[in-house]
Design a binder for this molecule. Structure first.
Ligand code: PMP
Length: 343
């Protein structure tokens, strides 16, 4: 039986998102938080396992709505923001435009669904090249534009003015993916929601200590939410995650303290990387640092031999590695290993 022939054509050349489990002592490859909050799981014990979850996730929407000061009808819940990217492209189709390099799922999901994906190279500072973007908008007439802000894997925020320019220049929905916003010095786009009808925002709990829950949020006008809700699978967010996510919002301040700790460590790590000969870190507003180093793939392998797993960004970005900020001990182990390797 030839499975390849049975597949839709666009799936034949599709490669799965790389998320292999690699054994290591220090895991700094997936932009997770080093802090876990097992005490917030207690409430999950009262979940009725025989019942389906609340299909709308109303209680969770209310909790998020209080935190972000937006009405629940402006929110849609996803099984991680990945699922929301999927739903957006399923609902509105393509062409889909995004900068390059950026989070790979915008392209992977476009391909899986079978819509055209157009990557627009960032400028030399990894900021948006508005000229290229505006001409791509004219040429391709996109339905969706994804902007990860801060951007993964470069770590920087794009200039707010340039994002505005793109939002104004297009009839497409502009999705500002704020997965890393809690680590950024900028405010984020939620307060601007009512001024821009084609603005869509995504948030996630994955980077602040709850990647295991898979909880993402789509934030936009009630009409866009209603449209995307048409393709949402019933019960897409399980009861355990809904219950614990409500606890996350009850404990938001305490969790944000750990985010502050991570930012402090990020700044320390950045300075230490700057001091290492041949290592060039890129300015970051996220919980990771992209840095250039000669022979990046060899450095990556040598680090892994020492039990330290980070992300190799070559060939996407030449001679670049991405390290997630861990706890102080993990960061020290990483620094020590890197120092030894480049010597
Ligand atoms: N957006 C960006 C920019 C990301 O880096 C990630 C995680 N790697 C996601 C979305 C997906 O997050 P989630 O865990 O909510 O699916």
């Amino acid at each position: 039986m030839n499975i390849e022939n049975l597949m839709r054509k666009n799936i034949r050349s599709l490669r799965p998102y790389e998320a292999k489990e690699i054994k290591c002592r220090v895991k700094l490859d997936a932009n997770e938080s080093p802090y876990s909050f097992p005490e917030l799981l207690e409430k999950a014990l009262s979940v009725k396992t025989n019942r389906y979850p609340d299909p709308e996730g109303l209680a969770l929407k209310k909790a998020a709505s209080r935190q972000w000061k937006i009405p629940p009808e402006n929110l849609l819940l996803g099984n991680g923001s990945d699922e929301l990217i999927y739903y957006l492209i399923l609902t509105f189709g393509g062409p889909v435009i995004f900068p390059e390099p950026t989070f790979s799922m915008y392209g992977i999901i476009s391909k899986a669904i079978g819509v055209k994906a157009v990557g627009i190279k960032l400028d030399k500072n990894f900021d948006l090249d508005t000229e290229k973007f505006l001409s791509a908008i004219k040429k391709h007439k996109p339905k969706l534009i994804f902007l990860s802000n801060p951007n993964n894997p470069t770590g920087n925020c794009f200039s707010t003015d340039r994002i505005f320019e793109i939002i104004r220049a297009t009839k497409a929905l502009v999705v500002v993916d704020e997965a890393y916003q809690p680590f950024s010095s900028k405010n984020g786009f939620i307060p601007l929601l009512h001024e821009m009808e084609n603005l869509v925002i995504m948030r996630t709990l994955s980077k602040i200590g709850f990647a295991a829950l898979r909880v993402g949020f789509l934030i936009s006008s009630a009409d866009i939410i209603k449209a995307v809700n048409r393709v949402r699978l019933p019960f897409n967010l399980n009861s355990l995650s809904q219950t614990v996510a409500i606890e996350v919002f009850k404990n938001y301040r305490r969790i944000m303290k750990t985010v502050k700790e991570i930012c402090k460590e990020r700044d320390r790590l950045y300075k230490a990387l700057e001091q290492l000969p041949g290592v060039m870190p890129h300015p970051t507003e996220a919980n990771f640092i992209l840095f250039r180093v000669g022979n990046a793939s060899r450095v990556h392998r040598a680090l892994l031999k020492k039990g330290v797993l980070i992300r190799n960004m070559t060939p996407l970005i030449k001679d670049a590695l991405r390290v997630t900020i861990g706890n102080p001990e993990e960061n020290n182990l990483f620094l020590k290993a890197l120092e030894a390797v480049i010597k």
